[in-house]
Design a protein around this ligand. Structure first.
Ligand code: B4P
Length: 192
């Protein structure tokens, strides 16, 4: 199964992807996690990304595509993947289409987790308390939500227009949202 998870910050992409990966037995590829690993390792890319991420801005499309190409070159993606955090703008959506065509891994589903903004803010505030992530402070979260509206929401329209979008209600307990996702993906899982 080849799945792209879409949704604003705090919609539960990373949270649900961690569960879906066990269920579908395919790797979870989070561009946020890949970038945070670069930051933690202090690589040149990480040094560059650190400040950008701390402001809640997007790291450059070129860097992201290079990172993704490297990740897809690893053999564990042969049977599919869950992509989380990419694409975040229309340039990235086009780049992903070209990349997946080249490696002959067409996407089965683009799933949007739908959650109202006030709940997003509440969830991220909870994570800020629990984990102290640099980019979860109120100002930065506002910027991340603005970026989502201006740059990532058009990606959702793009997949809708291509008939590839499935919308899943992301409000509820972790188990409830997970059950809805599994239900939405069931037909493709049966086919393989
Ligand atoms: P990400 O790591 O993708 O951060 P995110 O959007 O907040 O999503 P995440 O998956 O972590 O959170 P989730 O909703 O699961 O990106 C971070 C930064 O990296 C970006 O701002 C950007 O700078 C950079 N970046 C990443 N990809 C990029 C790209 N393609 N291009 C350019 N730059 C890029 O969870 C949030 C919280 O909600 C958690 O605390 C969770 O416990 C809670 N939660 C989840 N589901 C819940 C539920 N059902 N009920 C209650 N709480 C719930």
């Amino acid at each position: 199964m080849r799945l792209v998870l879409l949704g604003p910050p705090g919609s539960g992409k990373g949270t649900q992807a961690a569960r879906l990966k066990e269920y579908l037995q395919v790797p979870h590829i989070s561009t946020g996690d890949l970038l945070r690993a670069e930051v933690a390792a202090g690589t040149p890319l990480g040094v560059q990304a650190k400040e950008i991420m701390a402001r809640g801005d997007f790291v450059s499309d070129e860097i992201l595509l290079g990172m993704l190409e490297d990740r897809f070159a690893r053999p564990d993606t042969a049977n599919g993947f869950i992509l989380d955090g990419y694409p975040r703008n229309l340039v990235q959506a086009d780049a992903l289409g070209v990349l997946l065509e080249r490696i002959r891994q067409p996407m089965d589903f683009a799933v949007q987790l739908e959650v109202p903004t006030d709940l997003l803010v509440e969830r991220i505030a909870g994570r800020a308390k629990a984990e102290g992530r640099d980019d979860d402070s109120p100002d930065v979260v506002r910027n991340r939500l603005d970026k989502y509206t201006s740059q990532t929401a058009p990606v959702i329209e793009y997949y809708r227009q291509h008939g590839q979008l499935t919308v899943v209600d992301g409000v509820g307990s972790l188990d409830e949202v997970f059950s809805r996702l599994i239900e939405a993906l069931a037909p493709a899982k049966e086919v393989g």
